[in-house]
Write a protein that binds this ligand. Structure first.
Ligand SMILES: C[S@@+](CC[C@H](N)C(=O)[O-])C[C@H]1O[C@@H](n2cnc3c(N)ncnc32)[C@H](O)[C@@H]1O
Length: 693
């Protein structure tokens, strides 16, 4: 009789009629309280209804009656996972697998739970086993790729992400994982097929390509047997190189960050500029080189001969175009040569050219017209519409503003775009052990990005804090206009850009759940004053991200700044180019380490890096004191690259600080591993304001 009732209950259960199924399971149990199948299925039903605690109790009772049923252990594992007892769940998945080694869902969930707990070394073999059964499963391939990437096995990671890509060609997380792995393979370990793969990766629309700049340069140089150092270049022998897809992608989509390649390209540019003829086959390369010029803001060194010719060429162009006409071939050739050295908007007839529609330009000039002319006019129009929150009165703020009006920084081109999350979920990762304030989950929680510059950080946040309403403030309208135009290209509507001085932001007259301010405060005369304003603007219980320069991380930069001051160099394009050329030619060996920074390879980046009007640098104890002075709580450092490697090393060396928040330990850690904070030029960290009362 009870077997019949059970069969009927299962039928209802399978049909989604949970109430009816539950009543019948209970009927069976009223006759036989230890009936294992009824206990099991009622437990499964409780789990489905979200009552995980009841599910755990019922499934434990089922196992007490029959411990040999793998499915009981699997379902208890699910319920334990769902009720926050993942470490215990692992034991039950393992038992289920011992009882039935082919129980794929148990292996899948075991692997996922181990991964979620950070036990990726244990999860890896399970994904490998799952792949034996399903070699094309993109989820398993990508997860294994991520595990290998985190443990530094980049070539293996790359192979697994590539296999995942073949299954999911448009998946952003696969793109991001693949690019990361591809960029971090040791140059000598690259194989021939990596060249084509990298070229393909330059076509992904949802990743930051800059990380590929150096690896792409290394691959291009390795596969082309030419003398990269030769003083005189002979384009005759270069036809293969000049049509190389990887080189063209590197030039268009990144700022080159390879010194040897820069010097070579500089000589090549000069050759073409002073030559009398350009072959049609060379146009794509010259177009890409002009885009590279725009990307690096024309940072390549220019000889006097080129400068003189450029003045002549500009005059020829400006007198050779009638309003309303379409640009002809000879005129376009001149524009292309000019665009190797300067953006088209600097021409006297820029306004006239802006009236020529994009499709009237030859294809090789279209990206140049778009980027160096149309986009610039669009930014000028945006500037006029940007609201101002405050006047810029402070003398240092005005000097800093002037630097960033001339050289908005950073001139970023692309960013990683993983799927969106919410502000509350993201903050849960910032403080995994804390109970989060309820206001983070209110509709449209507000975030302030203070000193948003050209918007890279604000746009990354707008994408990941999908539910947030973001206010971005900066001194520089040029930077904000760049940011606003880029936000439009990403279809972002949840950022409001404003001009204003952080020092006077009390005028906002409201408090924010989250405030982020990276790379800004150290450019104030008195950074503490700016920080105090931000702390007042933070809601009690709210989170704040701060980025400050580090004394140790900027050692080479300090030396370079000293030399620049001794030489009396100014932050003009000419002085920056001259100083860079000397560095690239090996002159200042004692601080040549600063060429590791990609910023060195663009004009605004280089100005920001070593020619800044105002900078402060800090040590970890000084940062600790400032955090105390602000009455904030330190929540931990953040790292861009190799975050896991650094965190693992720290945990190993300082097991007594599992939260990784003891600044005295971090100070000793930095002394032992001085490179740890170098990539970020200092310290990026989260703090929290205590709740009131
Ligand atoms: C090095 S950039 C960093 C930009 C951005 N936070 C990022 O990480 O990409 C510094 C920015 O801080 C801005 N800034 C400096 N002092 C400021 C102030 N007192 N108020 C508002 N913005 C300021 C500058 O205008 C500049 O755009």
């Amino acid at each position: 009789m009870s077997a019949e009732i059970l069969t009927q209950a299962v039928r209802h259960h399978e049909a989604g009629q949970l109430e009816k199924a539950e009543a019948l399971y209970r009927e069976v149990l009223s006759g036989d309280p230890n009936q294992p199948d009824a206990l099991h299925l009622l437990g499964v039903l409780a789990h489905q209804k979200g009552d995980h605690a009841a599910a755990v109790t019922l499934l434990r009772q089922a196992i007490a009656q029959d411990a040999s049923a793998p499915i009981f252990h699997l379902h208890l594992g699910y319920a334990l996972d769902a009720s926050g007892h993942s470490p215990e769940a692992i034991g039950h998945y393992e038992t289920a697998l011992k009882l039935e080694p082919g129980l794929t869902p148990a292996r899948h969930q075991l692997a996922d739970t181990l991964l979620a707990l950070g036990r990726s070394a244990e999860a890896g073999p399970h994904y490998e086993a799952l792949l034996k059964h399903e070699p094309k499963n993109a989820e398993f391939l990508a997860k294994l790729g991520a595990i290998e990437s985190d443990s530094g096995r980049m070539k293996e990671a790359c192979a697994h992400f590539e296999a995942a890509l073949r299954q999911l060609p448009d998946n952003a997380l696969v793109h991001i994982g693949l690019v990361h792995a591809l960029a971090h393979i040791e140059p000598e370990a690259y194989e021939t097929h990596h060249t084509a793969l990298m070229e393909e990766a330059f076509g992904f629309p949802d990743v930051a390509h800059q990380v590929l700049a150096r690896p792409a340069a290394a691959l291009v140089k390795r596969k082309t047997a030419i003398d990269w150092k030769a003083e005189e270049v002979d384009p005759e022998g270069l036809s293969e190189l000049l049509s190389d897809g990887l080189l063209l992608a590197l030039l268009r989509k990144t700022t080159n960050a390879d010194g040897e390649l820069e010097l070579f390209l500089m000589r090549l540019r000069r050759h073409f500029f002073l030559a009398h003829e350009i072959a049609t086959a060379q146009l794509p390369f010259l177009s890409a080189l002009a885009e590279q010029g725009f990307n690096n803001e024309y940072v390549f060194w220019v000889s006097e001969e080129e400068e003189a010719r450029l003045v002549e060429l500009k005059a020829e162009i400006e007198s050779g175009f009638a309003e309303g006409a379409n640009p002809d071939e000879a005129f376009c050739e001149k524009l292309l040569l000019f665009a190797l050295y300067a953006p088209l908007h600097t021409l006297g007839l820029a306004e006239k050219l802006n009236g020529v529609s994009l499709d009237a330009w030859p294809s090789h000039l279209q990206p140049i017209a778009q980027r160096t002319l149309f986009d610039w006019f669009e930014e000028q129009a945006i500037k006029d519409t940007l609201p101002s929150l405050t006047e810029i009165k402070d003398a240092t703020s005005r000097a800093v503003q002037s630097q960033y009006e001339e050289n908005p920084y950073p001139r970023w081109l692309s960013i990683d775009q993983p799927p969106p999350s919410t502000l509350a979920d993201e903050m849960a990762q910032v403080a995994p052990h804390a109970s989060l304030p309820g206001f983070l989950a209110e509709p449209s929680p507000e975030v302030l990005i203070a000193g948003s510059g050209t918007g890279k950080h604000a746009i990354l946040r707008a994408l990941s804090y999908g539910d947030a309403k973001i206010t971005a403030v900066d001194l520089s309208k040029s930077s904000l206009a760049y940011a606003s135009r880029m936000a439009k290209t990403f279809g972002i509507e949840n950022i409001a850009f404003h001009q204003g001085d952080i020092l006077d932001l009390d005028c906002l007259d409201r408090q924010f759940p989250v405030i982020e301010c990276g790379g800004v405060l150290h450019h104030m005369k008195e950074p503490e004053k700016g920080w105090t304003v931000l702390t007042r603007l933070l809601r009690p219980g709210g989170f704040m991200l701060i980025g400050l320069y580090g004394e140790a991380a900027r050692k080479d930069i300090v030396e370079a700044r000293k030399r620049i001051a001794e030489l009396g160099l100014q932050s003009t394009p000419k002085d920056i180019r001259d100083f860079r050329k000397a560095m690239l030619s090996g002159e200042y060996e004692d601080f040549s380490g600063l060429m590791v920074f990609h910023d060195f390879f663009a004009l605004s980046g280089c100005r920001d890096l070593i020619f800044h009007v105002q900078e402060h640098r800090y040590t970890i104890p000084e940062i600790g004191k400032m955090i105390d002075d602000q009455s904030l709580e330190f929540l931990g450092f953040r790292f861009y690259e190799d975050a896991l490697g650094i965190a693992n090393l720290y945990r190993k060396e300082y097991p007594a600080d599992p939260d990784m928040t003891d600044l005295a330990s971090w100070e000793r850690f930095e002394e032992a591993h001085p490179q740890v904070f170098t990539e970020m030029l200092g310290y990026l960290f989260w703090c929290r304001k205590p709740m009131e009362g």
